[in-house]
Design a protein around this ligand. Structure first.
Ligand code: KG4
Ligand code: ZN
Length: 379
């Protein structure tokens, strides 16, 4: 079975072609066109600019994905592909609309079923794309799975009871983890996206500062990163302004305030921020494992590229629950990509086949709607 998938929920235009064979998913081609440079000068993603870029890039990205998979052009793929999967949401609506409209047109032209995929679901199933251990074959039972999803838009703990069955058991009450990395990077004048910059300089930072761990003593599984970000801001201001800080604080600091800081101070602040943010993510994950028996832990989302988080989650889960297996997404699939949609499209197709409801996917070329706030399990 061949699956073509398309992702445009934020600032990456991506297409992938996957093959399902012998109970495994093989990635035949995977193309990601990133718009990071375009948005960097605005300090974050501009939705209308992102949509314009998706419109420009979708055809060349699909062409390249076809060529890499051995099809000279999309026409050659048309007769061979079995399913088309697309990110329906959540995400930026102008960006989502581009991918969904494109996929609808392909579904109509190729006369192939179109399967909507939730972006978060894609992040959850990323280890199925490449890890390929037996325990994650397409018929395996790794459930119940505890999934920690950490991206620029979301931070959540999800109980995956079975294929496609979700319960969100913890969420951020304010900023997402990736958003906090991006905002702290802005405070430290490090550029966008902030996650990779913060982790790079944190590695060589001195252990000089400590920030309180957010919601540490709260038995619930929610996260909060906004207070931590503000704590970094005030620490940075007190380092740069010393005794004059009182005067400065008479007015709230402007969000685009440039704080002059020596490099060593930036490194130390990045280290302390990263340490606290990662500690909070890992501790809440362990708390979730204390509450219920899980077989597997899965990490997903852009922040899953963070090496401190990767190391800590493996170590701490293993130390307390040696029988639980933790899967990390391959580094090249931590950010937004179309490859991660293929397992979800496949599982949804199988489920519809069992229920005799596959016709709905053939009608999606006209029915499917992009949804900015799509909830897990909603479609
Ligand atoms: O999943 P993703 O690519 O896009 C969304 O769906 O949001 O996540 C992007 C986020 C950004 O906030 C970026 O700063 C963060 O992931 N990120 C990192 C690292 N690499 C990317 N955060 C911390 N450490 C990293 N190494
Ligand atoms: Zn994402």
């Amino acid at each position: 079975m061949l699956i073509l998938t398309i992702e445009t929920s934020c600032d990456e235009t991506s297409a992938a072609i996957s093959q399902v064979k012998n109970n495994k998913i093989k990635l035949l081609s995977h193309v990601v066109s990133s718009q990071i440079k375009l948005h960097a000068k605005w300090g974050g993603v501009v939705p209308t600019l992102a949509a314009r870029e998706h419109m420009k890039n979708l055809v060349p990205v699909l062409d390249l994905a076809c060529k890499e998979a051995g099809f000279t052009n999309p026409d050659k793929l048309a007769s061979k592909v079995d399913l088309i999967g697309v990110t329906q949401g959540p995400g930026l609506i102008p960006a989502l609309l581009m991918g969904v409209s494109f996929a609808k047109a392909l579904s109509y032209a190729f006369r192939k079923p179109l399967i909507p995929v939730n972006h978060i679901e894609g992040h959850i199933y990323t280890p199925w794309v490449k890890a390929l251990p037996k325990k994650l074959s397409l018929s395996a039972n790794p459930f119940p799975v505890l999934s920690l999803i950490v991206s620029g838009g979301h931070t959540m703990l999800v109980e995956v009871k079975d294929y496609l069955k979700y319960k969100v058991i913890g969420e951020t009450l304010d900023d997402a983890a990736g958003e906090a990395f991006d905002k702290v990077a802005r405070i430290l004048n490090l550029g966008y996206p902030g996650g990779p910059q913060i982790s790079k300089i944190a590695e060589i930072g001195a252990s000089k500062y400590n920030f309180p761990e957010p919601l540490k003593n709260d038995p619930r599984l929610n996260f909060s990163f906004s207070g931590l970000k503000t704590a970094v801001l005030y620490k940075a201001l007190s380092i740069s302004h010393g005794k004059a800080l009182k005067e400065i604080l008479k007015k709230p600091p402007k969000p685009d305030l440039k704080i002059p800081l020596p490099v060593s101070e930036k490194r130390a602040l990045a280290k302390a921020f990263q340490e606290t943010a990662i500690r909070s993510l890992v501790n809440k994950t362990i708390k979730a494992l204390d509450k219920k028996k899980y077989k597997t832990v899965i990490l997903g989302g852009g922040v899953a590229a963070n090496s401190l988080l990767r190391d800590r989650i493996i170590l701490e889960v293993k130390a307390k629950y040696p029988k639980i297996i933790t899967y990390l997404p391959p580094l090249e699939l931590t950010g937004d990509n179309a490859a991660m949609l293929a397992p979800v499209a496949y599982f949804k197709w199988q489920k519809a086949k069992r229920a005799n409801t596959t016709q709905k996917f053939f009608n999606n070329w006209k029915n499917l709607e992009a949804k900015a706030n799509l909830r897990l399990g909603e479609s």
